[in-house]
Design a protein around this ligand. Structure first.
Ligand SMILES: [Fe+2]
Ligand SMILES: [Fe+2]
Length: 139
C-alpha cells in the first residue's frame, strides 16, 4: 500500500506548482515501491537522479514565479531550496557509495523534509498569490 499519496491539502491553487508537486509525489511513490520491492540499484539511482533534476527545475520555476510577483520572501525561499538541493545531492552521493543507511535516510528526507515540510510550511505561503484567493479576499 502506498504511503506517499497526494492529497488536496497540498494544493496551493496554482496549477503549474500543484502539478509539479503531484508529480514529485508520484515519483517518490515509485521510489518507495522499489525500496520495498526489488531494490534494483540502477532503478533507484535513475529515480534519484530524475528527482534531483526535476526538483531543480521545479525550484527555478517557483522562484521565477515569486520574482514575477515581487514576493518579499523570495530570498528566504531560495535559501531553503538551496539547502534541500545540497542535502539531496549529499544523500544521493552516499547512496552511490553504497551506504546502507542512505536509503532510509534519503527516503525520510524526501518525504518528510522536502515534500511535507517544505510544501506545507514554505510553499504554502505562495497560496496567497492564487487568483481564487485574491478573488475570495475581495468578496
Ligand atoms: Fe519551494
Ligand atoms: Fe515546491
Amino acid at each position: 500500500m502506498s504511503i506517499v499519496r497526494w492529497s488536496d491539502r497540498f494544493n496551493l491553487d496554482i496549477a503549474a506548482i500543484d502539478d509539479a508537486h503531484r508529480h514529485l509525489f508520484e515519483t517518490l511513490d515509485r521510489l518507495h515501491a522499489e525500496l520495498l520491492g526489488e531494490r534494483r540499484r540502477p532503478v533507484i539511482q535513475s529515480i534519484l537522479d530524475y528527482m534531483a533534476d526535476y526538483t531543480r527545475t521545479h525550484f527555478a520555476e517557483e522562484e521565477a514565479l515569486m520574482a514575477q510577483m515581487h514576493d518579499p520572501a523570495l530570498e528566504r525561499h531560495r535559501a531553503a531550496h538551496r539547502a534541500l538541493v545540497d542535502r539531496l545531492a549529499r544523500i544521493a552521493a552516499d547512496w552511490r557509495s553504497g551506504d546502507a543507511h542512505a536509503s532510509v535516510e534519503f527516503f525520510g528526507f524526501l518525504l518528510g523534509d522536502w515534500l511535507w515540510r517544505h510544501i506545507m510550511e514554505v510553499d504554502m505561503k505562495l497560496r496567497t498569490h492564487a487568483p481564487d484567493d485574491r478573488h475570495a479576499a475581495d468578496t
